[in-house]
Design a protein around this ligand. Structure first.
Ligand SMILES: [Mg+2]
Length: 185
């Protein structure tokens, strides 16, 4: 189980993602969580810097799709304004929504090793990516203080597994996850 919770990449925010590295690693399709990955739970609209960020990755040759667990209109509204495709109510860590984005929404066929899912939660985004056999990129949450109940519950589970990773894979923990873990304190 804990193997499936260890991301392939860890970034402090979406703005710290090294897209050159991802491109050189063969990634071409970026699936992204919405809440606390692209924007906080309180934000609704894409903003100028975020548009630039997206334009840059599209110019580099990546395709970008939002894969959110939220079932709210907010997701569709955001995606429309941001001019990207989205799959809402994705039920991560189940594979369903992720697979739909890959098979139905993507503009062409990608191999699994060309796809990454980035998100801020181990229990949904990272586990979902690993179960779907694609790459997993963890980003630190945009604003942990405004998380709703369901996410706070996920964080409790996440904490339990972070403690296990700390114990069983301390080298990986110290290198990639320690700082992320300490955000919860
Ligand atoms: Mg999230």
């Amino acid at each position: 189980m804990i193997k499936k919770l260890i991301p392939d990449y860890v970034f402090k925010s979406i703005y710290d993602i090294d897209f050159n590295k991802l491109y050189n690693d063969g990634i071409r399709l970026i699936l992204s969580d919405l809440d606390n990955t692209l924007i906080s739970y309180k934000q609704k609209e894409p903003y100028e810097v975020l548009f630039k960020w997206k334009k840059n990755l599209e110019d580099m040759g990546f395709e970008f799709i939002i894969v959110s667990n939220s079932r709210k209109e907010r997701v569709t509204n955001f995606a429309n304004k941001f001019n990207v495709k989205c799959n809402k109510f994705s039920t991560k860590p189940l594979k369903r929504g992720i697979k739909r984005a890959i098979k139905k929404l993507a503009s062409k066929k990608y191999n699994n090793n060309e796809i990454i899912l980035i998100g801020d939660q181990l229990m949904t985004d990272i586990l979902g990516a690993k179960r779907s056999k694609i790459k997993a990129g963890l980003v630190y949450p945009v604003d942990i203080k405004t998380e709703p109940k369901t996410t706070r519950f996920n964080r409790k589970m996440e904490q339990f597994f972070l403690n296990r990773i700390k114990k069983k894979k301390s080298d990986i923990y110290n290198m990639y996850l320690k700082e992320f873990d300490e955000l919860n304190d």
